[in-house]
Every structure is written in structure tokens, then in C-alpha cells.
Write a new protein. Structure first.
Lengths: 249, 381
């Protein structure tokens, strides 16, 4: 079985985000970019399935600018076998991403597509679900555990009320939650080997997908600054303040 | 300037590893003077030992620049951990350049995986910066040799499995009468001195080794007999890039800690980072760290291009070591009283920095080398 893992290049999670002065979006000039952390978890899960003998090949794909090749190299250095870059400088929305991925799935016929549940830049949390719908496949989203056996995959999902386990027939789409695994470090020998692994370049047009925007961003703003809290001297004072100042009691 | 995308990947991995695995335990390792074997095993799995060993010999096959980047990041986590990486790099470089196929097959893999712990045994009571005072001898005995003498201040001496020992094989041949032997440190006749208690880099285990009639088989000789001094010297350029990077990493950790603190600590109703006196300290730290970093990287690139890198490596090591001591002192200054207390990172960094002016050739020796190279090759040479 082949596993397809889409990965996205996003602002590194350690970076303090700045909004552009004109409010048109986030300033990406001279900002460190990395693989979306949920996608790292997806790559790790695919690699573990391969190492457990349940998959033969892990293919990573990224849709984005030429620089997204770095993100793919990172996935290859973790251990993925080959990569596909769908190159575009335009902002691509989840539905268009899902349509391009559908084209790649039809060409590659993987048994599983594992995606991050969302990207930490726009937090859409849509691509995996849309892809499953377009393909007509089952989906197990927000996975904290994945067990593969007999053409089925049991996905334990992190939902509001606790944990839910669904059984999905293969081929299927899985999206990863934070606790599914801890991604490995790319070792130096694997970083070196990744340079020689195959990386194929295509464009959205190759999949006949129009990526015109359906959404318009009206304004991007910094969140309101949190003001420092107050220290209270005693429980009595706390209760008093909750009553008189906060008005919650 | 010279850093490629692949170098960035290597640096990012080392940085993440240092942040997640090394830095959180540095304060404990320093306090307990503990050898962090579990961290070294992980580093072995990640290919962080023997970075320059070619792929054909089972290594990652990276250049000196990649090694410099890794050393800086590991040292930003904790200098003692980086110093182990530097030690293994020197040993593996010696094996790659001078070892026989059998020696490479026997030692590279266990050394790179940190399963076999190594020591690099040069210094003696009467032989430090000036190796002409070397007294350890290896005399022919049948097909092999018999080793006698003593070494001091040897990194890893209390824990090492094998030592790369410089000894005289011809008493009348000066520097051409020294050879390197790969010595089993658990063999009969090897005695380990007590562990030294040091000012800084306290997780590095340092001590003395004594050899009395230690029998060495013929295959213990590394490379050619009589070429030991030159072999040791041939890896010093790379060693100096390593220690220069280590010093930069200490400085960088100090800047990060001081900048954080200066933006939190309030006096006279203002963050101390708003006071010009503190701003100038921070600015001097940042510019000197960057200058040292670029000197080190430029020296590394000279090695990788096969150019004469002796002066560049000495300048980088000397400048970076002096920088690390001066700028971690500034970091302590910014922390004020807190910076003088055990358990605060900058207090440790200041102690850890000092040895970078001493080991891998003192900074006085570095200045001698720089001046000698100037006289030999001219001001632009």
C-alpha cells in the first residue's frame, strides 16, 4: 500500500506573528517558515505504518511556492520516499487544494491519505474533509490513534466529549491531532540522502484545477493585548472582587 | 553567506534537539557533573557524531561548515554536550584520514554511535602548548609496542573505552619521533586518575591516565610510525572551528537569556531594556557574536575549499573564545545579582566560556600562530 501525505509550508510556530501595516495580511518578509506541525505528525504516522510493514511507500506532496520544496525535503529527510511539488505563487484555498489532491490521488492510487487536521496559519480545518467528500472515501478526523488491519482502519478521534473510535474501510482519509505521535528528528545521514530522493514538479493547471479565490479577506488585525492580572491577598478579597468588580458571583 | 538549504536543515534539527533535549537538563548536568550518556546515544542515532565521516564509510558525509553549525547549536544547549561532539569529530577525522581499512571498520561505527567512548590523549604534565616535552613512550616489543607514561586533563579519561594516545617511538627524532596509538583503556597497566572538578563545562569528565608497560598489538598504531605529531596537528584546524563554534553557541545562549530578562525586569517603572546602558551591552553582545560566527563560518569554508585555513581557524577560535568570555560577563551584568546565583543559566555560561580561551590551543598560542602566518604569507595572505 502507498500512503500519500500532503504537507504545507507555514510560518514557524515559534515566530511572533506580525500583521502588515495595511492590515492586508500577515507579514511574511524574513520570517522563518517550517512544515505545519500537524503535517509533521502525519508524516511520522505514515513512516511508522511503513516501518511496521503495513505500507510500502510514503509519498509527500505540497501545493505552494517554489520554496515549499524545502518543506518537502524536510519530509524526505524524515524518511518519506519521494515528493511531488505542485507549484503556485497564488494563495490556494482548501477546496482548490482538495481538488488538486484528488487529481494526485487518482494518479497515485494510495490506500491512505494522512493530513494534518489543520494548518496553523489559516486554521481552516477543511482540506481533509473536502478531499474525502470529493473522493467519496471514508474519513477519520482528529486522530489520536490509528490501527490498520484487514482493509480497515480504526481511528480514535479526539472529540469534545472525549474519545470516539470509528472504523473506516480503505481507501480512506485520516487527519491527525496533536497527540497521535511525536515526530522524529531528521538524522544527518537522512538529510543527506533526502537530497537525492526524487522530487517531481507540477502545476495546478496539470490537474485542471482553477485556483481562483472564493473568499475575500476584509481585514487582518492583531488580537487585543491581554492586560496583566491582579494579585489578591486572600480568598475573601478574591470573592469580594468577583462579586463587586467582575460581577460574576 | 555560505549556508545552503541543506545546511539550514541540519542547523534546524540540531537547534530543535538542543532546545528540547539538551537545554532543559543543562542546569542539572552542571550541578551533578554527570556524563549524559543517554543524550549521547540519541545523538549517535541522529548522526551528530562523526559529521564529516564520508557516506562510503557509514557517516553522513557533511562538510566542516555543517559541523560548525551543529557545534554552535549544541553548545547553545550546553557546551559540555557540544564538546563531546567535537571530540568524536576529531577522532573520527583521524580515523578517516589515517586509519587502515581494518581500523575504520573496527572503530568508526561504535565511536559514531557513542557505544564506544573515546579520549584524545595529548597533554602531559610537561607537554601542553609545547609538545616537545612529551615523555610518554612506546618502545618496540616483539611485533607490537610497550606503552609507558602519563597524560593529564584528558577529556573522557574517567569513562573512555579507547584512547588515541600520542607517544614517542623515537627519542632522537623530535616531532618526527612521535606516533599515535589506539589504546584499550581497560587493558592491564592502564590506571585512571580521579575525576577533576572543574570551574565550567562540568558535565565533561576530565582526568589523568597512567600507562605502565601497557602491551599494544601491531594494529594499535594509527597511520605511519613517526607521523603522530603531524597527524594530530592536521586535525587542529577543524578542532579550532569546532571550539570557535562552541564559543559562539555559549555567547548566543547568553544573549537570548539576557534579552529576555532585560525585557521583563523592571526598575524605576521601566523595563531595563529601555535604559541605554543596558541597550549598549545587548548591542555589543549581538554584534560580537555575529562577528565571531562569521569568522568561524569563513574559516570552515576555507577548510572545505581545501585552502590554507591555519590563520583563519586561529583567528576564529581566538576571537570567539575571547568574545564568549567578555559577552557572557555582560549577560551576568544584565541579570545583576540573579546572574551571580547558581542555577541561573548566565552564571553557568560565564563559567563554561572561560575554557574556550584555554583548550584547543590557548588564545596566546593562537595569536602566535596568526602572527607567524602573517610574517610568512604577508598581510593579505
Amino acid at each position: 500500500m502507498k500512503i500519500l501525505v500532503p504537507v504545507k509550508r507555514v510560518v514557524d510556530f515559534n515566530v511572533k506573528i506580525r500583521v502588515k501595516p495595511d492590515g492586508s495580511g500577515v507579514d511574511l518578509q524574513n520570517v522563518k517558515m517550517s512544515m505545519n506541525p500537524f503535517d509533521e505528525i502525519a508524516v511520522e504516522e505514515a513512516l511508522r505504518l511503513k516501518e511496521a510493514g503495513k505500507a510500502e511507500e510514503v509519498v509527500v506532496v505540497s501545493i505552494g511556492p517554489a520554496k515549499a520544496e524545502e518543506t518537502l525535503r524536510t519530509a524526505l529527510a524524515m524518511g518519506a520516499d519521494r515528493a511531488i511539488l505542485v507549484e503556485t505563487d497564488d494563495a490556494v484555498e482548501p477546496l482548490a487544494i482538495a481538488k488538486i489532491l484528488k487529481g494526485i490521488v487518482e494518479a497515485e492510487s494510495p490506500g491512505l491519505v494522512i493530513l494534518g487536521k489543520q494548518a496553523i496559519d489559516d486554521d481552516s480545518n477543511q482540506t481533509g474533509q473536502m478531499l474525502a467528500a470529493l473522493l467519496g472515501w471514508g474519513q477519520g478526523t482528529f486522530a489520536s490513534k490509528v490501527e490498520l488491519a484487514d482493509g480497515q482502519v480504526a481511528v480514535t478521534r479526539e472529540i469534545d466529549g472525549g474519545l470516539q473510535t470509528v472504523s473506516v474501510r480503505l481507501p480512506a482519509v485520516i487527519t491527525t491531532d496533536l497527540r497521535l505521535n511525536e515526530p522524529r528528528y531528521a538524522s544527518l545521514p537522512n538529510i543527506m540522502k533526502a537530497k537525492k530522493k526524487p522530487l517531481e514538479k507540477t502545476t495546478p493547471a496539470d490537474f485542471g484545477v482553477a485556483i481562483a479565490a472564493r473568499l475575500r479577506i476584509l481585514k487582518t488585525e492583531e488580537p487585543v493585548r491581554r492586560i496583566a492580572g491582579v494579585k489578591v491577598g486572600s480568598v475573601a478579597e478574591l470573592v469580594d472582587k468577583l462579586k463587586t468588580e467582575a460581577g460574576v458571583l | 553567506m555560505y549556508v545552503t538549504e541543506t545546511h539550514e536543515q541540519v542547523r534546524d534539527m540540531a537547534r530543535q534537539f538542543a532546545d528540547e533535549v539538551i537545554r532543559p537538563v543543562a542546569v542539572d548536568l552542571d550541578r551533578d557533573e554527570r556524563f549524559p550518556g543517554e543524550i549521547f546515544e540519541q545523538m549517535g542515532d541522529l548522526g551528530l557524531f562523526g559529521i564529516g565521516v564520508p557516506e562510503a564509510l557509514g557517516g553522513p558525509g557533511f562538510d566542516t561548515l555543517a559541523y560548525a553549525l551543529v557545534m554552535e547549536e549544541l553548545s547553545r544547549g550546553y557546551a559540555s554536550v557540544a564538546d563531546q561532539c567535537g571530540l568524536v569529530e576529531l577522532i573520527s577525522t583521524l580515523l578517516v584520514r589515517h586509519g587502515t581499512a581494518e581500523q575504520q571498520a573496527q572503530w568508526l561505527k561504535p565511536v559514531m554511535s557513542a557505544k564506544t567512548k573515546v579520549a584524545y590523549c595529548l597533554t602531559e604534565a610537561e607537554a601542553g602548548s609545547d609538545l616537545s616535552g612529551l615523555r610518554t613512550t612506546a618502545d618496540r616489543d616483539g611485533a607490537g609496542w610497550k606503552l609507558n607514561g602519563g597524560k593529564i586533563w584528558i577529556h573522557n579519561a574517567p569513562v573512555a573505552d579507547i584512547g588515541f594516545v600520542l607517544a614517542r617511538t623515537d627519542k632522537n627524532a623530535g616531532h618526527r619521533g612521535m606516533s599515535i596509538f589506539i589504546v584499550d583503556l581497560n587493558a592491564k597497566g592502564v590506571e585512571r586518575g580521579p575525576k577533576e572538578h572543574k570551574m565550567g563545562q562540568r558535565a565533561s569528565q576530565v582526568g589523568a591516565l597512567n600507562f605502565s608497560d601497557v602491551m599494544l598489538p601491531p594494529e594499535a598504531l594509527l597511520g605511519e610510525e613517526g607521523r603522530g605529531f603531524h597527524m594530530m596537528m592536521s586535525v587542529l584546524d577543524k578542532g579550532r572551528v569546532g571550539i570557535g563554534s562552541l564559543a559562539v553557541g555559549i555567547g548566543q545562549a547568553g544573549l537570548e537569556a539576557a534579552l529576555d530578562y532585560a525585557q521583563q525586569r523592571k526598575q524605576f517603572n521601566a523595563k531595563i531594556a529601555d535604559f541605554q546602558g543596558v541597550q549598549w551591552l545587548l548591542a555589543d553582545m549581538a554584534k560580537d557574536i555575529e562577528a565571531a560566527r562569521l569568522l568561524v563560518q569563513s574559516a570552515a569554508v576555507k577548510i572545505d575549499r581545501g585552502e590554507n585555513a591555519t590563520k583563519a581557524c586561529s583567528m576564529a577560535k581566538c576571537f570567539a573564545g575571547d568574545m564568549a568570555v567578555a559577552r557572557t560577563a555582560d549577560a551576568v551584568q544584565i541579570f545583576g545579582g540573579s546572574g551571580y546565583i547558581r542555577g541561573f543559566e548566565v552564571e553557568r555560561l560565564y563559567r563554561d566560556a572561560k575554557i574556550t580561551q584555554i583548550y584547543e590551543g590557548t588564545n596566546q598560542i593562537q595569536r602566535m600562530i596568526i602572527a607567524r602566518e602573517l610574517v610568512k604569507h604577508g598581510a593579505r595572505g
